[in-house]
Design a protein around this ligand. Structure first.
Ligand SMILES: O=C(O)c1ccccc1N[C@@H]1O[C@H](COP(=O)(O)O)[C@@H](O)[C@H]1O
Length: 212
């Protein structure tokens, strides 16, 4: 539910593990930086690493913690270092809502998903993040999905994710007109290590698409 007209597509870069990559993303004007707390990810950081990386993020840049069906106690430990939560597993609306921070719910685009219903179900979410579906993997697959499956006028802001890169982001922004876009693999040299040129090119292509 968007209250005001959108002027530009917001950008979230996800999966930071290195301070120098954070500095580059901030310099590029990226709106939100994601930290994967899920330990099975090749991009995961623990609470101590999160604290150190989070301290590097200046004011007015949103620090997002990504969790996949993890214990509430662990999430509570991370809260002081975050501004927003990203639930990327099978968390229920009640489970997402029990913390003191705003949150987004990631939905994987399996064939039978009903996004209108999910938007009602997760009505306390600030946004819905739409990602590709690969059985057995919660996300970060580097795969795209058919963007035409996203209904127009969904009751929640859409954060488009899944296999985005400088090569396809302009098409994605023009076709979907999402509130924001989120990328991890498409701006990396290797898992958790971001590529300065890919990050800059991604931001440039979003801006170009926004102006047309
Ligand atoms: O990045 C991960 O390792 C990850 C692990 C578990 C769930 C989600 C994960 N990342 C999120 O997945 C999407 C798409 O990533 P990609 O651009 O296709 O690599 C994005 O929202 C990441 O935040």
């Amino acid at each position: 539910m968007s209250a005001s007209p959108q002027t530009r597509t917001r950008i979230k870069f996800c999966g930071f593990t290195r301070g120098e990559d954070i500095d580059l993303a901030v310099a590029l004007g990226v709106d939100a930086l994601g930290f994967v707390i899920w330990p099975k990810s090749a991009r995961s950081v623990n609470v101590e690493q999160l604290a150190a990386l989070s301290a590097r993020v200046p004011a007015f840049v949103t620090r997002v913690g990504l969790f996949v069906d993890q214990p509430a106690e662990l999430i509570e430990q991370c809260l002081p270092y975050l501004d927003m939560l990203q639930f990327h597993g099978n968390e229920t609306p009640v489970e997402c809502q029990r913390f003191s921070l705003p949150w987004m719910k990631a939905l994987r685009m399996r064939d039978e998903i009903d996004l209108t219903h999910e938007a009602e179900r997760y009505h306390h979410a600030q946004a819905l993040l739409l990602d590709a579906y690969r059985p057995g993997t919660p996300g970060g697959t580097g795969e795209t999905f058919d963007w035409s499956r996203i209904p127009a006028n969904l009751a929640k802001p859409v954060i488009l994710a899944g296999g985005l890169s400088a090569d396809n982001i302009a098409d994605a922004v023009r076709q979907v007109a999402p509130y924001a876009v989120d990328v991890s693999g498409g701006i990396e040299v290797s898992h958790g290590c971001k590529d300065a040129d890919k990050m800059a090119s991604f931001v440039r292509h979003v801006a170009l698409a926004d102006t047309r």
